[in-house]
Design a protein around this ligand. Structure first.
Ligand code: COA
Length: 175
């Protein structure tokens, strides 16, 4: 059983950054190459403060790792970030980015995170969640399809990884 998921608070900044670095290192499916990401959690803490204070409509849902990792860089097992624009015309759409540590994969954490993010989107009056996923990322594709996301388009050669062009699907979930 996954531990319960919860909204991130500013005090999670260092652990969330630690999780993002771990995912950049261990997964070929995130946007950042290892070492492209900031090492200072200050900017992330500022963003989480704005989310908690309501000045940024975006939100972040996290899953705690095992209790013995508490207080370390490995305190979080996974996260979903939902970015929402404050602009009137796009404020009912959220853009999803997510990841779960390989050490915690296939325990239902990804599904619990995405379910909580979708429930929060509904409560906040969003009409749509959207994301892009590499076409060969079968684990994520399966998760998104079984959570109700639909493939809406193909983004051809939008990324380059190891010198090779990579296609992505645009996916969306409407409420
Ligand atoms: C994709 C990811 C978020 C799934 O997280 P997870 O916690 O392992 O997923 P869950 O255990 O909740 O599984 C949910 C569903 O995802 C699919 N899935 C997960 N891992 C899978 C795998 N290795 N192969 C095929 N399907 C898989 C299945 O449909 C699964 O449902 P099931 O267990 O009932 O069959 C995780 O593997 C991950 O973070 N990968 C690296 C980063 C990444 O790809 N992020 C998304 C970028 S768009």
């Amino acid at each position: 059983m996954p531990r319960p998921v919860r909204f991130a608070v500013p005090g999670d900044a260092a652990a969330l950054l630690g999780l993002q670095h771990a995912l950049d290192d261990e997964s070929r499916f995130m946007l950042f190459e290892p070492d492209e990401r900031d090492h200072d959690p200050a900017r992330l803490r500022h963003r989480l403060e704005a989310q908690a204070g309501g000045t940024d409509p975006s939100y972040t849902v996290v899953a705690d790792a095992d209790a013995d990792a508490e207080g370390t860089d490995e305190a979080l097992a996974g996260y979903v970030g939902v970015t929402v624009s404050p602009l009137a015309r796009s404020r009912r759409t959220g853009y999803v980015v997510m990841g779960v540590r390989a050490s915690h994969a296939r325990r239902g954490i990804g599904r619990a995170l995405l379910g909580a993010a979708a429930e929060a989107a509904r409560r906040r009056g969003l009409r749509r969640l959207e994301l892009v996923v590499m076409t060969h990322n079968h684990a994520a594709l399966n998760l998104y399809l079984t959570c109700g996301f639909v493939v809406e388009g193909l983004r051809r050669s939008g990324l380059e990884i190891d010198g090779r062009p990579v296609d992505q699907y645009h996916m969306g979930l409407l409420f």
